[in-house]
Write a protein that binds this ligand. Structure first.
Ligand code: SF4
Length: 242
């Protein structure tokens, strides 16, 4: 049997290599797709708009509060044109690539460009641990900076801040007062609120929205935007595919 070629998977530390092993079984031109579905965009400045979500399988991180662990290893291999066809079939102008971590799959880069070419407004949700430089500049990037209680803040790739565009967005998911203090310090140190849209949201069930509002109002960061994960209030917070 001929061994399948290894695809260039975004740099992953050796201790997390086993988490991306599934991607090594992909053929060139394929993606590992967890689900493609139509819903409402629940976060970012696009919140509230109908949006097609392309959720890709596999993540090299394990955030303590991750709400999509089902995307770590469940997925179907799909050729890139089929993903475009599936997205197009919904007739919705907004599409988001999410995961998992989309940037682990090399085919996501041409996929995003093809979706832009077809006239879609394309959003990318990424963990902030991988290089965003190869992303098509037409894509709106929503990048996490992981706070300490996620357990993954050591993986933040700070050089990405030099690549983000003023139209991109940085998201902090806050699990505790310690996380908030960390986020506020990072925003001030890197002047993030002057350079990008900064979003903060509380981990559902762990930080009450009213608590986070209090911290934000006391912090004198008037450009930072609080958001609720809208889909968790519309549907059951554990519901998938919404
Ligand atoms: S980066 Fe995203 S998908 Fe990966 S573990 Fe963290 S929250 Fe989950």
């Amino acid at each position: 049997m001929t061994a399948r070629p290894l695809l260039p998977i975004a740099e992953v530390p050796p201790e997390a290599a086993h988490r991306v092993a599934l991607l090594r079984g992909l053929n060139p031109g394929e993606l590992l797709v967890h689900e493609v579905y139509l819903s409402i965009q629940g976060e970012s400045t696009f919140a509230g708009l109908p949006c097609v979500f392309v959720r890709l399988t596999v993540c090299s991180q394990r955030c303590s509060w991750c709400d999509s662990p089902h995307a770590f290893n469940q997925g179907e291999r799909m050729a890139r044109p089929l993903v475009v066809e599936r997205v197009t079939s919904f007739g919705c102008p907004l599409v988001e690539l999410t995961g998992g971590e989309p940037l682990l799959q090399p085919e996501v880069f041409p996929l995003m460009s093809e979706l832009c070419d077809s006239g879609k407004t394309v959003l990318l949700e990424t963990s902030g641990a991988h290089d965003i430089a190869p992303v098509d500049p037409r894509v709106h990037i929503i990048m996490d900076l992981k706070c300490p209680d996620s357990g993954e803040s050591h993986r933040n790739l700070w050089s990405n801040l030099d690549v983000l565009k003023p139209t991109d967005q940085i998201k902090f998911v806050i699990a505790s007062r310690r996380d908030w203090d960390w986020a506020a310090a990072a925003i001030r140190e890197h002047k993030l609120d002057e350079r990008f849209t900064c979003l903060v949201s509380g981990v559902f069930g762990e930080v009450k929205p009213v608590e986070l509002v209090g911290w934000l109002l006391a912090a004198d960061l008037p450009r930072v935007r609080m958001q609720l994960q809208m889909h968790k209030y519309i549907w059951d917070p554990t519901a998938r595919g919404v």
